[in-house]
Write a protein that binds this ligand. Sequence first.
Ligand code: ADP
Ligand code: MG
Length: 308
Amino acid sequence: MIEINNLVKKYGDHVAVDDLSLTVEQGKIYGFLGPNGAGKSTTMNIITGYLEATSGEVKVNGHDIFKEPEKAKSCIGYLPEIPPLYTDMTVREYLDFAAELKKLEKKKREAYVKEAMETTGITEVSERMIRNLSKGYRQRVGLAQAVLGYPEIIILDEPTVGLDPKQIIEIRDLIKELGKKHIVILSSHILTEISAVCDHVFIISKGKLVASDTTENLLSMMSGEQEIELVVRRDAERAKELLLSVEQIDRVEAEEDKLMIYAQKGADVREEVFRRMADSGIPVLEMHTVTRSLEDVFLEITQEGGRE
Ligand code: ADP
Ligand code: MG
C-alpha cells in the first residue's frame, strides 16, 4: 500500500503539488485524473523515488521513500510519461538490462523477462530493435519493464497517450488484467480513459486533491441532475419563486429573462415547469434540457476557483 501525507512540491515559487494526502490499498486500480499541469506526473515521480519532495511523507509498504528508497522502490514498477527506452537495443536486451538495474535475482531474470514479454504481448518482437517498433509496441515494452519481477505496485503515467483506438483497447485490457494481481495506479487527463479501467478515482487539480471516490459514485454524482434552460418574457424573478416551490427542483438561477433549473436526479420536471408558468401567465419563450457531458462536469470541478 501507499500512504501519502501532506505532500508538497515546489518548483521555485510554483507549487506543483499542494498538500496532497491519499492512501492506496490492495487489489484495486486507481486513477489520477486531472488536466495537464495538475501535478500528476510530479506526484508519480515523487512516489517512485525519481524526484525529491519539498515536504511531506510518502510510505510504500511501510518504507519511507526518502529514508529507505531502495526498499520502497523495490515494491514499485514504473512507466514514466516518457519511458526511458534504449532504442539501439533489442526488446530482450533492454528487458535483461532493466532486470539487472532492478537487481532482480540472477537465476530468475530470464524467467521474469519471458513472463513480462508474455504478459504484455511482445514475445514475437523480442529480437527486434526497439527503434523499429511502432508506438504501440514501444509502449508495451515500457509496460513490460514496469511489470518486470512482479512488483506489488505498478504506476503508469498516461499509459495510452499517443496510441490509436485499437492499441488503447489492448492496453486497457492489459491494465485490467494487471489489476487482478497488483495495485495499479494510472494517470490521465481524460475522464473516459480513467472511468474505463479504474475502480477508484482521485481528481487532482492545481496540485490539490479535489475528489476521491469510487468511479461508480463519481460518475453517478456527476451525471445526476437534470438541467433545464428556460427563457421567459418577463417576471424571471417571480418565475424563480414559483419554480422553487416544485418539490423536485433543487435550485434555480435567474439572470435577466433566462433561468437555469436544476432538478433532482432522475426527475423530469419539464411538464411541471410548463404548467406553473402557464398557470401564472408567464410566457415561456424557450425551454430546453442542457445535457452536460461528464467531461464538462469534470472540467467544472477542476476549474473551480479560476483557471491557471
Ligand atoms: P501533469 O502531469 O498533471 O500534467 P506535472 O506534474 O507535469 O502535471 O506538472 C505540474 C506543474 O509543475 C505544471 O505547472 C508544470 O509546468 C510544473 N513543472 C513540472 N515539472 C517542472 C520542472 N521540472 N520545473 C518547473 N516546473 C515544473
Ligand atoms: Mg503528466
